[in-house]
Design a protein around this ligand. Structure first.
Ligand SMILES: [Zn+2]
Length: 259
């Protein structure tokens, strides 16, 4: 656990982890206590597969700071049958009121062949329409498919979009900003120079902070209490105060997730 965020503990600023996966942790009570003590007021935990969707429905009323997003991850759907996807889609649709967003959904072409890519696009379109029909924001995963994701989102006139960990390219992040989307930046920024140069150019008004925990960085498993480190690094790169980063990304979070 990371603990050095005294400036945030006065409660004036809203620190939030806009993207993580709580079903991958044991001991959620301790985790909630730790990030609350580190000044993190909200986390959005994203479901990724049918078991994860069910687990997340159990989290929905667990703690006021723990928000859920319901969706199927583009890599996870590759090992599911159409029937399994339909079944999970129905559960998500029936419980959409419990979620602050539809996610984690999107495209991941890294290991997908042509037919799997078409399959991912079909499922992604269904989730975009579900989000639009229910006025929910979308949490989008895009790997090796950044342009294709933006094309589909634009084609379907998706509004209220979080492009998660979308900090690999200045060109695609600029286009996401032009579409009015939010881009979330995670602990990769602590060590990766390319990410730092991309984030420097993303307007603060389009930025969110995330951890994608429990993804490890620099050999250590992350958790939501790392958000203050990400905040401080963004501040350093943009030559502004961490308070300003916290304030504006907090407002962005409130705007997107209505919290
Ligand atoms: Zn994720």
């Amino acid at each position: 656990m990371y603990e050095r965020c005294g400036i945030f503990l006065n409660g004036v600023y809203l620190l939030a982890d806009s993207h993580c996966h709580f079903d991958s942790f044991k001991g959620r009570k301790e985790l909630i206590e730790a990030y609350s003590n580190a000044g993190v007021k909200f986390v959005v935990s994203n479901a990724t597969n049918p078991d994860s969707v069910k687990a997340h429905l159990g989290f929905a009323d667990e703690h006021p700071s723990l928000l859920i997003a319901l969706g199927l991850h583009p890599v996870d759907i590759l090992s599911l049958s159409s029937e399994e996807i339909d079944s999970s889609f129905s559960i998500i649709k029936d419980n959409i009121g419990k979620a602050v967003a539809v996610g984690e959904v999107g495209l991941d072409f890294k290991y997908a062949d042509e037919s799997q890519r078409v399959f991912q696009e079909d499922v992604f379109r269904r989730f975009i329409n579900l989000a639009t029909e229910n006025k929910k924001p979308l949490v989008v995963h895009a790997r090796y498919a950044e342009t294709q994701c933006l094309n589909i989102l634009e084609e379907l006139s998706a509004k209220n979009v979080q492009m998660h960990w979308f900090t690999n390219s200045k060109k695609t992040s600029k286009r996401a900003v032009e579409l009015g989307y939010f881009i979330s930046c995670g602990p990769i920024i602590l060590s990766d120079l390319q990410t730092q140069s991309v984030v420097k150019e993303i307007p603060l008004e389009n930025l969110l902070l995330e951890t994608d925990c429990p993804v490890p960085f620099l050999g250590v498993q992350s958790d939501p209490s790392w958000i203050s480190r990400v905040c401080e690094k963004v501040a350093e790169i943009k030559c502004i105060s961490p308070e300003k980063v916290s304030l504006v990304t907090g407002k962005n979070f409130s705007k997107l997730f209505h919290k």
